[in-house]
Write a protein that binds this ligand. Sequence first.
Ligand code: PLP
Length: 405
Amino acid sequence: MFDVEKIRQDFPMLVKQPELIYFDNGATTLKPQCVIDAVTSFYTEHTSNVHRGDYAIAATNDRLYDGTRKIFAKLINSDPLEIAFVHNVTAALNQIAYGIGEELREGDVILLTKAEHASNLLPWFRLAREKNLKIEYIETDSQANISVESFRKAMHEKVKAVSIAQVTNVLGSIQPVKEIAAIAHQYGAYVIVDAAQSVPHMKVDVKELDCDFLGFSAHKMCGPDGVGILYGKKELLEKLSPIFMGGDMNARFSSDTNMILKNAPIRFEAGTPNIEGVIGAGAAAEYLMSIGLDNIHEYERKLRAYFIEKMKKLDNIELYNPDNIYGPVAFNGKGVFAQDAAGWLASKDIAVRSGNHCAKILHEIIGTDQTIRASLYFYNTKEEVDRFVEAAADISLENAVGIFF
Ligand SMILES: Cc1ncc(COP(=O)(O)O)c(C=O)c1O
């Protein structure tokens, strides 16, 4: 039984600051006590490195750290050895682009959308510049949704990789990844999924999607900062060259520069990893699974529908994604600079983000590079939405205050 009031008790920030309305979950999420405990206990009870020590505490950490692969494998229905721990989804996407890049040749095409986060554009842009590749964009509707038909039109023989967000970070467009993967694979193209805004909010099954690579960040799913999950199909991960070289990821090397690397996934984890972060991320994934990703998705979808219906009634508000069924509510106060409006909301103890949200070419779809993004998570409530809408109704040039009021 999904009980939001009970869930809120798990989050010290919500308990300690009941007046705070935290609607900036697209940027990062609050942490439940179980995650805080998992990280704290590493510092207070069992600090050590991993894969290096021959004593009991080190063995405990090896078990906890590598055991976390099993937790994430369960979360996204993969094999544990298809899970590598990196710094964030940005690192995962860079790693994927770097690795795939070795295979690409002049004139090859990477297919993206204009709704992507910088993390899913810039690694490909760099590759395109270095290797004379072409970037092409899949056509979307005005709320950044790809239709299967538009994807079919965008696909051709020269396309070697398709990289898209499963849920876009400003408009919450849910893309038909499974259908896209099926079409892209007919052309032999790789399918890469930026799952930063999907894995935290819905059940994601990599086998069902049949994507080749997928990445997400633990901090956006109640976990610690500095941990990203890089998934790749086993045979593809094994072929991918790592960006970082160093300790742990090598099997042996000699003075003549010969080096033999370990197999995936350790090959992608050069140097001491964020051990406590990974253990905490595992606690977060278990926490989300204990609530149920389907329950989370359903609750958020209903809350968002309630939110958007109320926002639609405000004459002073322009909405950019009223027809999308999921994700953030992106809007502006008519004639009011987004950051000023966010400042007004902040004066009412409401946390949102304003600006372009790192999606710096999305303006080519929605016609503005300044929006306010109110992004929900499963611990938000109808009462918070009511308070938010009340404050949003008063967004005006007269009321606008700078963010540093
Ligand atoms: C869709 C999407 N991709 C990538 C990122 C980058 O995430 P991180 O900063 O954790 O690497 C974000 C974060 O805002 C995002 O929403």
